[in-house]
Design a protein around this ligand. Structure first.
Ligand code: M6R
Length: 610
């Protein structure tokens, strides 16, 4: 995913464009660029490899002037991060920025080369520039040319086009990647996320799938997918300026729990086709690498390790690829054997965790086929040093207790598993569609899970005076139990353990008494009946149970067992969904206990020392 900003104004817009890119930088970028037209129709394009600051310095030095411009920060998919591959891309008088992936770029490239166009980059985006340039030759307006070009593009995109000869307008098209138009007074703006424009306007209009819009200083004209002029709703935003602002929430952790639907939408943006995962969106050369993978080794710490533990069930159960998961501080000091065609995956919110980074560096010496990171922070060490960086795009996570980073890691992992399964022909189209449908439904389902907040708050009172809590799960809910226990201990300081429920009778059953609540993650799956037997083992020994189950699971509350009934969701994504009530439980217990939720004692957000 990349970031787009555009402006049509009387005043110079370079600074506004660069500030917009800065606000989008959290999404993960490797190069950036702007193209601005001045009042004499001179086009200035500045592009830089690296962070937005590199571009900002270059723009300042070049004294870029002009009131109409487009800007972009890139996360490379087609073509390595380089100045030549950075946007805007130019064809004659046309300049273009683009988010997403043009799936038929190879066919279009061949066609355009036959027409005499010379390509200067390895990107899929450059085909848009040449295609619009070509269509403009036989069109009456830039808008018409963009509409004609859009009809030939397959894939997910949000794209903005300018014509050097006409500084009065920008034309934008949306299909699969969001575009928002921001309304000013005598000036108008656009971006891939309203966050980029919150310093210049609060009035926004979101384009819908297939829309093409023409933006001038005074007017915005929108055409739908059929080319029919249409009105789209304009709304006033009350979003915050600053990711570092808690807004209406009491704590960052609470804010970040509630941000999960949006964070997941960001994680998936441009990565899901209609019924498929867009493998190229995972990273440059991902398709070739994934096809060859015969073994996956995941290395991570803390919450990220728990995400890896969950994904192991998916790698083996869905993609049929063997998978080991190891805590980074163990992996780095163990004499391990590298299996043939092994992919090493590091998972990390920060991208700076010292043990995970050391494990990555070691793996590079030990003959892994490729090293990949699933990470939330652009430009972090893990991102820079990995062959493939699959960004989670959760947005800044400030609370020490990781929440949205975990659920977005899981969504990214599920897309990756599907990509591997597809490349290795281990899953069919029907299964791929089932996974894609489940992922697509997830943000709305999590939105509804958040409505259990009050019910869980009431439940939290039972835990606040306890010294120990046991979490149980089976299958992929065992790592969810691990993550739940980590969350509770981290912010409430209550000792919490997680066990695979089948292990109870091998020791932990000795702990059960009325002073230790037992939380069970129990959605319906093929292990539910076995889990019910484990629950009975606890009941028979006087334990107090809190069971999170879905409708139809057949549990009934009584004096020893409280049932929290959640709506049924796809079994594939249920581990992600069931994480949310667990996060809320920890949060509310910590609130009652009065601990420092966002900065729990002895911990730090980014563990950069061993
Ligand atoms: O940034 P990372 O994901 O690499 O961090 C790993 C752990 O330090 C981190 O997940 C930690 O366990 C969290 N505080 C858990 O909430």
């Amino acid at each position: 995913m990349c970031g787009i900003v555009g402006a049509v104004a009387q005043r110079d817009v370079a600074e506004i464009l660069v500030e917009g890119l800065r606000r989008l930088e959290y999404r993960g970028y490797d190069s950036a660029g702007v193209a601005v037209i001045d009042h004499e129709n001179q086009l200035t394009r500045v592009r830089r490899l690296g962070k937005v600051q590199e571009l900002a310095d270059a723009v300042e030095q070049s004294h870029v002037a002009g009131g109409t411009g487009i800007a972009h920060t890139r996360w490379a998919t087609h073509g390595e991060p380089s100045e030549a591959n950075a946007h805007p891309h130019v064809s004659g008088d046309i300049a273009v920025v683009h988010n997403g992936i043009i799936e038929n770029h190879e066919a279009l490239r061949a066609l355009l080369q036959e027409r005499g166009y010379q390509f200067k980059s390895q990107t899929d985006t450059e085909v848009i520039a040449h295609l619009v340039e070509w269509e403009l030759r036989q069109s009456e307006s830039l808008t018409e040319a963009v509409q004609k070009a859009a009809k030939q593009l397959e894939g997910a995109y949000g794209t903005v086009v300018l014509d050097r000869r006409d500084s009065s307008r920008l034309v934008v098209a949306r299909s699969g990647s969001p575009i928002v138009i921001g309304f000013g007074v005598g000036e108008n703006f656009l971006a891939s996320d309203q966050l980029a424009l919150l310093n210049v306007t609060r009035r926004f209009m979101y384009l819908e799938e297939g829309d093409v819009a023409e933006i001038t200083r005074r007017e915005v004209t929108v055409f739908d997918v059929n080319g029919v002029k249409i009105e789209r709703e304009i709304s006033e935003s009350n979003a915050e300026h600053d990711a570092g602002d808690k807004g209406q929430f009491r704590h960052f952790m609470q804010k970040e729990i509630f941000e999960q639907p949006k964070a997941l939408i960001n994680t998936m943006e441009g990565r899901l086709g209609k019924d498929s995962v867009v493998v190229d969106s995972i990273g440059v050369h991902a398709a070739e690498i994934l096809e060859k993978v015969e073994h996956v080794q995941i290395v991570a710490c803390g919450t990220s390790y728990n995400a890896g533990m969950t994904a192991r069930y998916w790698f083996e159960g869905i993609a049929g690829v063997s998978c080991d998961v190891e805590i980074a501080s163990e992996f780095r000091y163990r004499k391990f054997v590298t299996r043939p065609n092994s992919l090493l995956i590091t998972l990390s919110q920060s991208g700076e965790t010292a043990d995970t980074l050391a494990a990555l560096r070691l793996a590079k010496e030990k003959g892994y086929m490729a090293v990949m990171t699933i990470c939330n922070v652009a430009g972090s060490s893990l991102v820079r040093e990995s062959d493939i960086a699959f960004m989670t795009r959760a947005g800044a996570e400030i609370g020490v207790a990781s929440t949205k980073a975990f659920t977005t890691q899981l969504a990214a992992l599920l897309m990756l598993v599907t990509g591997i399964g597809k490349q290795k022909q281990r899953i069919d189209a029907a299964k791929e569609k089932e996974i894609v449908d489940a992922l697509r439904a997830l943000p709305a389902q999590i939105e509804s899970a958040l409505k259990f907040d009050k019910q869980i708050e009431a439940l939290a009172i039972d835990f606040a005076d306890k010294h120990n809590t046991l979490f149980l799960g089976r299958g992929e809910y065992y790592p969810i139990a691990l993550e739940s226990a980590l969350k509770l201990k981290e912010i409430s300081y209550i000792h919490a353990e997680a066990y695979a429920a089948g292990e109870l009778k091998h020791g932990p059953l000795a702990l059960i008494d009325a002073d230790m609540p037992v939380v069970v993650v129990a959605p319906g799956n093929e292990l539910l009946e076995k889990l019910k037997s484990n629950i009975e083992e606890v009941r028979a020994r006087g334990g107090l149970l809190y069971v999170f189950a879905d409708e139809g699971a057949g549990f009934e509350s009584d004096e020893t067992m409280k049932i929290i009934t959640m709506p049924k969701v796809s079994e594939i994504t249920a581990p992600i969904y069931y994480t949310v009530p667990m996060q809320l439980l920890s949060y509310h217990v910590a609130l009652i206990k009065g601990t420092d939720v966002d900065q729990p004692r002895n911990l730090a957000k980014s563990v950069t020392v061993e």
